[in-house]
Ligand binder design. Structure first.
Ligand code: KG4
Ligand code: ZN
Length: 348
C-alpha cells in the first residue's frame, strides 16, 4: 500500500486536540487520528491550559501508534516528521514537539516545525488535490481571523486580521452569555438555524475605509445589552427566551459573517495579481460554520471567485493539515534541528 511513497508523520497538540497523521506525498491522508478533549474542558467553559498539556501527555503515544497502525506503516517507513510549533498553548505545544524530536532523533529523519495557520491553510491542498498558489486566504478559528495572500507554498503575506477577539472566540463568548455551552461555534450554528438573522441589528464593524482588519470584541457587549433589555421587558422566560436565544444566535452570526465575507471577497479580487479567476481559500474551525459556507458560496458565485473550503473535519485542528504543510516546507529545504522550540505567539 505504501509503495515507496514519501511518508510524513505529523503531530498537532496546539490546543485541546491530540492528533497524529500519516501523509503520503504530502497531500494524501493515510490516517488522521484526532483525540478531542472537549468533554473534559466543557466543565470549565473553555480550555484549561494545564489540563490540556497533561491530557496530551497521556494520549500522545497511543494516538501516534493508532495513526501508524491505521496507515499500515511503522516508524521505520517515515521519511519526515512534522509538528506544530505555534502559535498555541506553550505547554500543549511542548508535548508534541518533545515527542516529534524524540522520533527525529531515534530515526535520523528530518524534522519540520509548522506554523499552525499554515497548517490550517494546507487543509485545502488535501481537500482539493489540484489547488495551487497563488490565492487569497481567510483563516477563521478560535485564535485567528486573518486574510493572507499566498503566492507560493512557502510564501505567505499578511493582509489584515483581527485587532482584538478572533471570530471563533466571539462565537465562544456569545455562546457562554447565552448559556449554550462550549465550544460555542457549533452550538450557535445549530441555535441560529431556528432564529431570524435580521431580528436584531447588531453593529457591523468595518473599521476604516479599505481596512482589511477586523474587530469582534464589541459584539459580546451588544449581545449582553440586548439580553438585559429583554430581561427588563420580561421577555427572558419560557418560549420567549428560547425564541430570543435563537434570534440572538442568528443575528450575532449574521453581523460577524457579513463583515468577514465582504472583506474576504474584496481581498480576493484586489490581491489577484496574476489576473486569472480570483481564488478564495478558507480554513480554520469557523470555516465549518454552515451559514458562513452558504454566504461565501453565494458571494463568490455572484462575483466569479473560485471558492475552496475543506470538509468540516479538516477545518478544525488535525494533524493531517500539519503534515501537508511540513511536506512543502521540507520540499523548499526548510527543516529544523533538535533545538526547535514552542511559541505561544508566532507571526507568519
Ligand atoms: O481551528 P480550531 O479547531 O482551533 C483553533 O486553532 O482555534 O477552531 C476552533 C474554533 C472554536 O472557537 C469553535 O467554536 C469554532 O472554531 N467552531 C465553529 C464551528 N465549529 C467550530 N464556529 C462556528 N461554527 C461552527 N460550526
Ligand atoms: Zn487551529
Amino acid at each position: 500500500m505504501l509503495d515507496g511513497k514519501h511518508l510524513t508523520l505529523a503531530i498537532e497538540t496546539s490546543c485541546d486536540e491530540t492528533s497524529a497523521a500519516l501523509m503520503a506525498e504530502g497531500r494524501q491522508v493515510l490516517s488522521n487520528v484526532i483525540s478531542s478533549q472537549i468533554d473534559i474542558h466543557k466543565a470549565f467553559g473553555g480550555v484549561v491550559p494545564e489540563i490540556a498539556s497533561r491530557h496530551h501527555l497521556t494520549n500522545i503515544n497511543h494516538v501516534i501508534k493508532t495513526a501508524l497502525d491505521e496507515a499500515g506503516a511503522s516508524i521505520k517507513d517515515v521519511d519526515l516528521i512534522g509538528v506544530t510549533k505555534g502559535p498555541g498553548l506553550v505547554g500543549a505545544l511542548l508535548v508534541g514537539i518533545a515527542t516529534a524530536k524524540a522520533f527525529a532523533l531515534s530515526t535520523g529523519k528530518p524534522l519540520v516545525g509548522v506554523h499552525h495557520i499554515k497548517g490550517h491553510l494546507s487543509a485545502n491542498y488535501i481537500a482539493h488535490p489540484d489547488l495551487e498558489p497563488p490565492f487569497t486566504a481567510l483563516v477563521v478559528s478560535g485564535g485567528h481571523t486573518e486574510l493572507i495572500r499566498v503566492s507560493g507554498y512557502d510564501s505567505l503575506e499578511y493582509i489584515g486580521g483581527t485587532r482584538d477577539d478572533a471570530a471563533g472566540e466571539a462565537y465562544d463568548k456569545v455562546a457562554r452569555v447565552l448559556g449554550l455551552g462550549y465550544p460555542g461555534g457549533p452550538l450557535i450554528d445549530a441555535a441560529a438555524k431556528k432564529g431570524d438573522p435580521h431580528a436584531i441589528g447588531f453593529k457591523r464593524v468595518y473599521l476604516e475605509k479599505d481596512s482589511y482588519d477586523f474587530s469582534f470584541s464589541g459584539i459580546k457587549t451588544g449581545v449582553l445589552n440586548h439580553i438585559n433589555t429583554e430581561k427588563q421587558a420580561g421577555r427572558w422566560q419560557g418560549s420567549d427566551q428560547s425564541k430570543n436565544i435563537a434570534d440572538i444566535a442568528a443575528s450575532f452570526q449574521q453581523a460577524v459573517l457579513e463583515v468577514i465575507v465582504a472583506k474576504s471577497v474584496k481581498a480576493a479580487e484586489e490581491y489577484n495579481d496574476n489576473k486569472e479567476t480570483p481564488k478564495l481559500v478558507v480554513a480554520g474551525g469557523v470555516a465549518a460554520n454552515s451559514r458562513l459556507r452558504i454566504m461565501l458560496d453565494d458571494a463568490c458565485g455572484r462575483r466569479g471567485i473560485e471558492l475552496y473550503i475543506p470538509p468540516p473535519v479538516l477545518c478544525t485542528d488535525n494533524a493531517a493539515m500539519i503534515g501537508c504543510a511540513a511536506y512543502y516546507s521540507a520540499k523548499a529545504g526548510k527543516t529544523d534541528g533538535l533545538s526547535l522550540d514552542a511559541y505561544a505567539d508566532l507571526s507568519l
